[in-house]
Design a protein around this ligand. Structure first.
Ligand SMILES: [Zn+2]
Length: 227
């Protein structure tokens, strides 16, 4: 009798400890329950920009997968518009590019995300131009805040001297969910071209974007668990 009482007391203590550990770990995850769509630009028939055999679509996917990892580690629920080398257009689309972007847009709306980030790589005729930058559409107030926070992260972590810009591209002017277009660097710049293909630099980019997203949610008072 005594033994079984002792046993149940031990069990209760065990579950109490387990429960409090769970609460502590939940409190230390700043992106807990935040739904984020990561959108690796281009894919499949659409390579995006390129330098020889170095294709934008492949680098976009690698950075995006790294970002999926870091966001998930911070507690976010992460979806991706593509996880493979495909484009999202239908065989019935008369305009493939528009169809691809339209389906990305639908996915972002369908998943009821808190925010989305599109991952791209830049190109410019002047190969001296370099630096990661963030573009936003002023369709809502949050987009500029999100863009600025991620840009601040880039300035700090990647020493980028670029600034936020607005974009009027089809996809971004048709989504009211907060989100931005991230140009992770210039494939036309030799130094950055090397860096963008480097796994460590891709990790650095993913961490920097994650930090910017956390800062944005803090600013908008949308952190669901306070540390
Ligand atoms: Zn692109």
């Amino acid at each position: 009798m005594l033994k079984s009482k002792y046993k149940s007391l031990l069990l209760t203590v065990f579950f109490l400890i387990l429960f409090s550990i769970q609460i502590i770990s939940a409190k230390t995850l700043p992106l807990q329950d935040t739904i984020i769509m990561v959108d690796p630009g281009h894919g499949g028939r659409d390579s995006g920009t390129y330098y020889g055999t170095v294709l934008e679509k492949d680098i976009n996917l690698k950075i995006s997968k790294q970002l999926e990892k870091t966001l998930t580690q911070q507690g976010a629920i992460v979806y991706m518009t593509r996880k493979r080398d495909i484009d999202l257009s239908s065989i019935y689309d008369s305009e493939k590019k528009r169809g691809d972007l339209y389906r990305r847009l639908l996915l972002i709306k369908e998943k009821k995300c808190d925010l989305y980030v599109s991952i791209h790589i830049n190109w410019y005729d002047d190969s001296n131009l370099k630096g990661a930058e963030v573009l936003y559409n002023p369709i809502n107030k949050s987009n500029k805040v999100l863009a600025t926070e991620i840009m601040n992260s880039f300035k700090e972590d990647l020493q980028s001297n670029r600034n936020v810009k607005t974009t009027d591209l089809y996809m971004y002017r048709n989504i009211t969910v907060p989100g931005v277009l991230i140009e992770c660097g210039y494939l036309s710049n030799p130094t950055e071209r090397k860096l963008l293909q480097d796994k460590k630099y891709q990790e650095l980019l993913a961490n920097s974007i994650t930090k910017g997203i956390v800062d944005f949610l803090k600013k908008e008072n949308k952190i669901k668990f306070v540390i």
